[in-house]
Each structure stands twice: as structure tokens, then as C-alpha cells.
Design a protein around this ligand. Sequence first.
Ligand code: NAP
Length: 496
Amino acid sequence: MTSQLKDVSSATRSFIERTHHILIDGDWRQPRGQSNDVIDPSTGETISSFNGSSPEDVDDAITAARNAFDHGDWRHMAPAARAKVLWRIADLIEENKQELAELEALDGGKLLGGALNGEAPAAAEAFRYHAGWCTKIEGRTFKPSIPGLDLEGQTRLEPIGVAGLITPWNGALVMGAWKLAPALASGCTLVLKPAENTTLSTLRLGELICEAGVPEGVVNIVIGSGSTVGAILGEDARIDKVSFTGSTRTARSLIEASKGNLKKLSLELGGKSPVLIFDDANLDDAVNGAADGIFSNAGQVCVAGSRILIQKSIYDRVVKGLCDKARSIKVGRTLSSSSQMGPLISAQHRDSVERYVQQGVADGAKLLCGGERVEGPGYFFEPTVLADETTRSCVWSDEVFGPVAVVTPFDDEAHALRLANDSNYGLAASVWTSNTSRAQRLTREIKAGIVWVNCHGIPDMAMPIGGYKQSGWGREHGWKGLEAYLEHKSIMHRID
Ligand code: NAP
């Protein structure tokens, strides 16, 4: 096995090889918790290590964020000045995008090209988009209708306070940015915890945030396992709000943990998103879109189109197209420019994906292609397609979070809609058709936070995303996403 480390820039290599510190009150400190290895999922090689934060470190981080909110200037700063800091963060992300992308490739298992041209620019865009909002957070005035009194009504929007931000491993940089940017734009202070599997890009982003001039104590970064570090953020009464992206299972424990002070929760959770392909669609586009929808980032995407519903008249043709695509995908290391799909994040996660495929077959689904781990170093798994007409297998109902699609035929629009909504999740969906009336009918009736028509998985900062049903609470992006970091206050003035 040869290391991918030799293929990255010297800046990235020296960052990876240094001792990793956490950010508390503007200081980069040695964390006092347990040691963890940093593993490149393309090779299985240990490329670095870090100590996780101890409970005392997390306590210090929360204290710093609380003090910075209660006694600091950030929330009182002129909005235009806050906006400038966010713009500076975006510029620094762009200036350092090669390094950030290489960290995502080595630590997060992202294909380098995607990280460079997709994730890093998207992270910068999150800060620019929210920089624009800083000067537009405003309330209203109105005339109350109480008889006999001369009154003036007013509403104000205020930062919610200290935010705990918890991100998953399948997009550490961009999902960190999606939470940091609205929290900072609103005037909150925060403690951020990335997933233990992918800490490095968040730590580097933290350095850029300091360089951009965010005041001490406003942004604090702790690292380490969810069950210790993350759980404290859920429980601590000095935190006013937690924004969490991750699994529905962890969300339940956060709901439990946050009961003490009834902190506000935003929950961006899992999905089992349907892709509906009708016989009047452009089938080449639909096959390519459905394949990208499930195989990009090896299916480790919350909005992955993991249930592909195909009209009976075109079923064989579309399934053949999908399987041909799946077999043609070049699975390989994240730094190789010829790779089209990278690894799963860890050996443990690959075991879980493999178990799902085996259980799916045991439940009656038919394996059409793939289904095997790729032997050799790294945690690769073949692009896989299973057919399940009965819709009773675990691969139909459960989020696999790997490159595993289940295909199912449908008779007509009503049948397609029933299948699409047959899920505990409701995160996303796509409809492939040339019939705009059908697209309108379906977008009204599908129970999902976002529905794409003739495309899949395209995010935009202005377009809120989030879940129906067990896919979450609240929305990220757009005004809706920013509002989740704001409290609404009503003020009544009596005029003498
Ligand atoms: P996860 O296991 O729920 O972990 C998410 C984060 O929560 C990690 O930082 C994790 O820390 C932390 N955590 C674990 N236990 C915790 C606890 N008891 N209290 C507080 N925090 C805790 O999810 P994952 O496996 O990393 O991510 C995959 C999931 O995220 C999938 O279900 C996917 O669909 C979902 N996701 C949703 C969206 C969306 O926008 N809706 C986007 C991306 C991903 P450690 O990992 O360090 O233990």
C-alpha cells in the first residue's frame, strides 16, 4: 500500500502531521481527552492522530461561548462589519481551497475534484450568502388594535444565544460552513463539534475563521466522540440551541438530552429518497441522474436517491441502463483523477453496508449488480443495484448510506406516489417526466422537504432544505435557515 500523503501539497502534509489543537476562547489548546487515529479511507492507513476533547475542555468551550455572547461585542457589532468578517472567511476559504479539498479527500474520503470544485466553493458561498443577510435582519412596526389606548407595536429579531453545532462525517467542511455562517450572521456565539471520523478540515477552517478576525470566544471548536463531547453540547443548559446534522437515531438521544433547558433544536436527519422515472422522461438524462443520485460520494449523501421507482413500460430498459452505469463506474482512491467513486468512510461503515445488502437479499430483494466489497486496501464497495417489487426488504425501508439503489416498478402515477410516500423519512425526492402537469401534481403530493424535477441533489443556499416526517425538524439555507438562529421579540409601547 502506498500512502496518498505523498500526493498532497506540502501545506496539507504539514497540517496533517502536526499536533492537532482545539479552539477555545481564541486559543489553540492541546485537548485533554483520548487519543484517536486519523485514517485515510482510501488506503486504511493511519495518517495522523489527535486527542479528543475532555469533558473539561468542552466545559471551557461552552464557558467561552457563553461569555462572548453575554459580555462580548459580536452581537452588538454593526451588521455591515459582521458581514465583512463573513466575506473575509469566504475569501480565505477560496485562497486555501486546495488544502481544504485535500484534507476532505484524505480524511473525509471525498474525490479531490469534487472537493475542490464542489465542496470548497460551496463552503465559501455559504459565508457570502449569509454575509448578505447580516444587514437585512429586521423587525416590523405596527398599530395594535386595543381600544382606548394609543399603542405602537414593534417586533425585533435577536440572536438566539450560544449555539452548539454538530456535524456528520459525510461533508465536514461544507456542513460546518452551512451551520457556522448563519450562526455568525445572526450574532450568535458557538461551539462546533465535527464528527470524530473527519476532524481535520474543520480545524483548518477554524484557523481561517480566526485569521478573518472573528473575536475571541465567538467560535470554539471541540473534537472527539459524539457520545461524550456531542452529548455534553446536547445537555448543557448554557447552550440555547443545537443545530445537528446526522442520523435519526442520534437525534432521538439529543432530544432526550436537551430536555433539561428545553433548548431549541434544528435536526437535519436521514432519508430514503425516491426517484420517480416516468416513460415520458428523457431516459438518458433520467438514468444518468438516478445513477449520480445514488453513487456520488459512494451514496453517503443525505439526499441520495436510494429508491428508484420506474414505470413498468420502461422498467427493463432503465434498470439495464442503471446497471451498465454502475458497472462502468471506476472505483478508486480519492486523489486519483481517474476515480469516479471513492471509498466508504470506515471499515465499520463498509461492514454495515455489506450487511444491509446481504439482509436485503435474505428479505427477498434480487441482487442485479455489485453487492461486494472491493478487495484490497481501503474501504471500497461496488456500486450496487437490487430489485424489490414487494417493498418489504430492509433496503427498501432503511437508510443504507452507501452506493446501494433499490429499484421497483410502478403501474401509473397514483401507484408511483404511494410508493414514493411509503417511508418513515421525507427528506428529498426527484421526478423525471416531460409532463409539467404531472410534475406539478407530484411535487404537491410527495411528502419531502425538497423535490427536484428532471434533476436530483442540487443544493442552493437560497433554497431551504430539511425533512418531513423522521427526516428532521426545521430547515437549513435561505431565510428559514437563518431564522433558526434568531429569537423573535415583540415590544408594545404605550404612547402618553
Ligand atoms: P451520527 O452518527 O448521528 O453522527 C452525527 C454527529 O453526531 C457526529 O458528529 C457524531 O459524533 C455526533 N454524535 C453521535 N452521538 C451523539 C450524541 N449522543 N450526542 C450528540 N452528538 C452525537 O451520523 P453520521 O453517521 O455521522 O452521519 C450520517 C447521517 O447523517 C445519515 O443518517 C445522513 O442521512 C445524515 N445526514 C443528514 C443531512 C441532512 O441535511 N438532512 C446531511 C448529511 C447527513 P461522532 O461521529 O464523533 O461520534
